[in-house]
Design a protein around this ligand. Structure first.
Ligand code: BTN
Length: 292
């Protein structure tokens, strides 16, 4: 008696779960609602895709075709999403936010030494939203990962074109793990990861989240050179005052106490060698060290 009952309950659960997944997926297909809501923000063109290779890649093509400033490229699924350090970034349909924002910064604002500020902008926009709107204790793992409860929920990839030392255009690519299905299986992870729904314990509307993140990005973008921007980034830094190790590739290049972030977006490290050193983003990876 009990076995058929449990079997029927299990089937009911699976049916309800799949229906939920289908409904959630179809929500994104209501492209006109997304467009109407996003058009309320002072953005350029809005390009929405059910599926593409990488939103950063498509944004670059759109730049070549003359996309206006502040245009947004968003996809429900990426088949060739790009991560930092040449890694790939998985985006499963109905589970994540994957988008790229097209920027043409005023000449001189972003120099090669200050490129890290754009990554910081992306991380700050997401972290601030998670803290203020979703009441999560979000932190920024320098330069640009967003962590909640020590696990990564968002990554940022900035890609730019230079003409000499002058920045021609920038693509600010952001990937956010929203539901559980967005988190890659363990073997594909380089750092522990989670999703917002897992840490919030409730369902999150991807459209509302995107609107809030874009509002925060639009607020901070004109402030890149201000002390307020650095202070806001610094305030949310993970591992401040703690020991961290810096790597390029698999090679340890320094270890010391994390002091903070400079106005140019560089990491300030009180190195175990006795010197205070600054590091620009580039190829550097950071890991916390447990000295206890
Ligand atoms: C990282 O942490 O390695 C950065 C991940 C960045 C992923 C986003 S998803 C949207 C945009 N398009 C891409 O191909 N990558 C970025």
């Amino acid at each position: 008696m009990l076995v058929p009952f449990l079997f029927e309950e299990f089937r009911r659960f699976i049916r309800a779960w799949s229906l939920n997944q289908i409904l959630r997926y179809n929500l994104f297909m209501d492209i006109s609602t997304w467009k109407i809501r996003l058009n309320e923000l002072p953005l350029g063109e809005i390009y929405l895709f059910q599926e593409l290779g990488s939103t950063n890649q498509t944004a670059e093509t759109l730049i070549e075709e003359g996309a206006p400033p502040f245009s947004l490229v968003l996809a429900d699924k990426q088949t060739a999403g790009k991560g930092r350090h040449g890694r790939s970034w998985q985006t499963n349909p109905g589970t994540s936010l994957a988008f790229s924002w097209i920027l043409y910064p005023e000449p001189g604002i972003i120099t090669p030494e200050k490129l890290g500020m754009l990554s910081g902008l992306g991380a700050l926009g997401v972290a601030e939203t998670l803290i203020e709107v979703y009441q999560l204790a979000a932190e920024i793992k320098w330069p640009n990962d967003v962590l909640v409860e020590g696990k990564k929920v968002c990554g940022v990839l900035v890609e730019v074109h230079w003409s000499g030392n002058l920045l021609k255009d920038a693509v600010l690519g952001i990937g956010i793990n929203v539901s559980r299905g967005s988190v890659p299986v363990n073997k594909d992870l380089h750092f522990p990861a989670s999703s917002l729904e897992e840490v919030c314990g409730r369902e999150i509307s991807r459209l509302e989240l995107l609107i809030q993140v874009m509002s925060s990005l639009l607020k901070w973008y004109p402030e890149l050179q201000s002390g307020d921007f650095t202070a806001a980034w610094q305030e949310k830094l993970a591992y401040k005052g703690e020991t961290v190790t810096l790597f390029t590739g698999d090679k340890i290049i320094d270890q010391g106490t994390m002091q903070g972030v400079s106005p140019e977006g560089s990491l300030i490290l009180d190195s175990d060698s006795g010197e205070v050193r600054t590091y620009q983003t580039g190829e550097i990876r950071l890991r916390p060290v447990d000295r206890s």
